[in-house]
Design a protein around this ligand. Sequence first.
Ligand code: IPD
Ligand code: CA
Length: 289
Amino acid sequence: MNKKEKVPYVVTSKSYTAVAINCAAKAGEWIKSRIGTVKQLSTKTSAQDLVTEVDKGAEQMIRKLILTHFPDHAILGEEGVEPGAEASMKALEAAKEEPYLWIVDPIDGTTNYVHGFPFYSVSIALAHKGEVIVGVVYDPSRDELFIAEKGKGAYVHGNPTLVSKESSLSQSLLATGFPMDTSFNLPQNMAGLQALLPKVRNVRGGGSAALHMAYVAAGRLSGYWELGLNAWDVAAGALLIQESGGKVTDTEGRPYDLAVRNVVATNGAIHESVLDTLSEAEATGFRKD
Ligand code: IPD
Ligand code: CA
């Protein structure tokens, strides 16, 4: 090697999960410290699709930290991808075969963040050859860190998380999100809402997909569904739920993988009932033509 060539210093011996936790905690703390100070509020695909300098800064921070430990790993972060569903799908397609792929949403719930509504999160997952092996969701407002490792369970505050026990829709509390795509996904989701709402105890729309999924994992919600999500909204939450005894599929019942955009995530016991109701209401978000 040429003597002048600098060998990059690489921090070794850090577990993937420790790095994910460190990234989420550091970014989360910084994000929270900046609440109410946003200076650059921009829109992406529509007037409702918001991004701020804090989203971008947090993603930079997370990228740097991951690459310090794992310089050959790939990163798919929301703010590193062109806006819109098509660009997201393309970016995932290009990255999903990477041996190690970090999937990052620096702020899941940017609208809430901008309004000071304390329900937003940092979502970080690591996929090995397309399979999620680590998932971390951090809620800075409540200082709650949800952690899952493939095959090793899921935890919040160091305690194992377990999905809830409701076995019928009539006992269930669900959550959903309201898609930005007003031409197809939104009317589809409204049809699903109209069909499910009379059958359940109630439906919440908290505004952070990752946090809704963490709440399903922790038994605080019986289930959650949403249409038109991206890998970074779902990957960490999906592992949290699977490792807590729940079930995650697409809205037609196919098992979860990174490309799933129309998501049903439940305690398992009510899964079929949610799928059936969406199907009967023709509200799965899949085009029938
Ligand atoms: C959004 C949130 C929201 C969901 C949207 C997502 P973002 O993520 O998860 O709850 O309804 O579909 O895009 O844009 O705040 O990262
Ligand atoms: Ca985001």
